[in-house]
Design a protein around this ligand. Structure first.
Ligand SMILES: Nc1ncnc2c1ncn2[C@@H]1O[C@H](COP(=O)(O)OP(=O)(O)O)[C@@H](O)[C@H]1O
Ligand SMILES: [Mg+2]
Length: 307
């Protein structure tokens, strides 16, 4: 953990045994959610509560790569993306969303969250700390996303990093409901906003490192299911998924050759024998930076179509 970390007394005073097994963190962008999550996971680990860390932030991933949600079941996998978490985290799992923003991608975000949560229990976790994106603005769907995430995962405790009244529309019904328990912590004065350029640069670093030395793999159309094939065009980010739908690797579309019916991907994965399906993402990878694109109008395309 960062040595400059400021640990307020309220953090130290948390009664770990009262948190329950599902702990959901809420807060605006740069409110210190991931910093707190990391602190909490270490505390739970020390207490022998075998925590899992579920990172749902597809834009500024703590574990894994941008465009994916990632699960690590510590202690074995307690490394941040910056420290070079293996991808997918081991032991753990990764879910490909294919976007760096939840806007327009809330279904895969919620489905992935649930799938990774189930995986955490399978891997023997006794508690799961769920870190989230900073999308809280009701006008942008943030309220709906957080409300339905609470409904889906039914946390025992919601820990909110609070500044002013920005989380009120999410928190006040929860307080009234009495369940989940809501713990409100003030945003640390040390929490530092990152500007847009810094966010882009961080994504670029992580993706560049991942794709360094990547080679080409070919996938004959019609052999594997390829979801959202209509998006396939050079530069698109792609999830290479195992039989359970978890990401085993990421790739970038090099070429969709409609004449030979072959999809060429650039990927660091060398052996595609465990790849059961592909999912074409909504982002372009340009010089290592995942760019969001507006949704492409679906143009039905399958191997039977030519041209
Ligand atoms: N308690 C803290 N002590 C020191 N630095 C902090 C603290 N909380 C947040 N920060 C810093 O603020 C920035 C944003 O924090 P982060 O945890 O990434 O926020 P979020 O996950 O909510 O976007 C990071 O650079 C982090 O190191
Ligand atoms: Mg974060």
């Amino acid at each position: 953990m960062d040595r400059s970390l400021q640990i307020p007394p309220r953090w130290k005073d948390l009664d770990l045994t009262a948190l329950g097994e599902r702990i959901l963190l809420l807060g605006a962008t740069d409110s210190g959610k991931s910093t707190f999550a990391w602190y909490l996971v270490h505390r739970l680990l020390e207490a022998g509560l075998r925590p899992a860390y579920l990172d749902c932030d597809i834009g500024q991933s703590t574990l894994g790569l941008p465009t994916t949600m990632n699960l690590a079941v510590p202690a074995e996998a307690l490394r941040t993306a910056e420290e070079g978490t293996p991808f997918p985290p081991q032991p753990g799992a990764s879910f490909f969303v294919g976007s760096i923003t939840p806007r327009g991608h809330m279904l895969p975000l919620l489905v992935g969250c649930q799938r990774l949560l189930e995986r955490a229990w399978e891997l023997g976790a006794r508690s799961v700390v769920v870190d989230t994106t900073g999308l809280i603005d009701p006008a942008q769907g943030g309220l709906a996303l957080k409300q339905w995430k609470v409904e889906l995962i039914r946390p025992n405790t919601v820990i909110a990093l609070v500044k002013g009244r920005e989380l009120e529309s999410i928190l006040w019904p929860l307080r009234l409901a009495g369940s989940p328990r809501v713990v409100e912590l003030p945003v640390s004065p040390e929490a530092r906003p990152r500007d847009r350029a810094e966010r882009i640069a961080r994504r670029q670093r992580l993706l560049n490192r991942y794709f360094q030395g990547a080679g080409l793999l070919s996938f004959p159309l019609g052999r594997l299911p390829i979801f959202d094939l209509y998006r396939a065009a050079a530069g698109r980010l792609v999830g290479l998924l195992d039989a359970r739908g978890f990401a085993v690797a990421l790739g970038v579309v090099e070429k969709l050759d409609r004449e030979t019916g072959t999809l060429w991907l650039r990927t660091p994965l060398q052996d595609a024998s465990h790849v059961a399906s592909l999912r074409i993402g909504a982002c372009w990878l340009q010089q290592g930076n995942a760019h969001p694109v507006s949704p492409t109008r679906p143009q039905p395309y399958h191997p039977g179509h030519r041209g």
